[in-house]
Design a protein around this ligand. Structure first.
Ligand SMILES: [Zn+2]
Length: 148
């Protein structure tokens, strides 16, 4: 399964992890855990038993480009362009089902505010092969494009 939808179910945390790896390949972007609540941490808050293979009651993953640059704020340095965070809001959330047998996708948003498609990167080098005249024309077209 390479795409996630709300309601998708996973029988174990391992299965979820594999699905995320496939998802990351498709979207050409990595997700990292932002929030998580283990089964142990959820005890007392929930009334049902979660099977150990799920490991978690709840997990929230965010796009790697969604993290704020706290580190740069403390130093006053400008964000390093190579690790620049785009403030992307893409995320997904999973939660244990009421029967405690599956992790279920409860919320997601895959609208990245930055390019994620590998094809975009593959096409970039072709720009360099334009002959000079063609490259100049493209530049002119871009400059003349009216602002919206
Ligand atoms: Zn993103």
């Amino acid at each position: 399964m390479a795409e996630f939808r709300v309601g998708d179910e996973f029988k174990s945390f391992e299965e979820l992890t594999h699905a995320i790896q496939a998802l990351e390949k498709v979207q050409n972007i990595n997700f990292s855990v932002r929030d998580s609540r283990s089964i142990a941490a959820a005890k007392g808050r929930i009334t049902f038993v979660i099977k150990p293979a799920l490991q978690y009651y709840e997990l929230k993953y965010v796009c790697m480009k969604g993290e704020r640059e706290y580190a740069s704020k403390s130093t006053g340095a400008r964000p390093d362009q190579s690790t620049f965070k785009a403030g992307c809001k893409a995320f997904f959330q999973v939660r244990a089902s009421r029967d405690g047998q599956r992790l279920v996708v409860t919320k997601l948003n895959f609208e990245h505010n930055h390019p994620t498609n590998k094809d975009l990167f593959v096409h970039l080098p072709k720009q360099r092969h334009l002959d000079d005249g063609e490259a100049d024309r493209s530049a002119t077209i871009l400059q003349n494009k009216p602002n919206k």
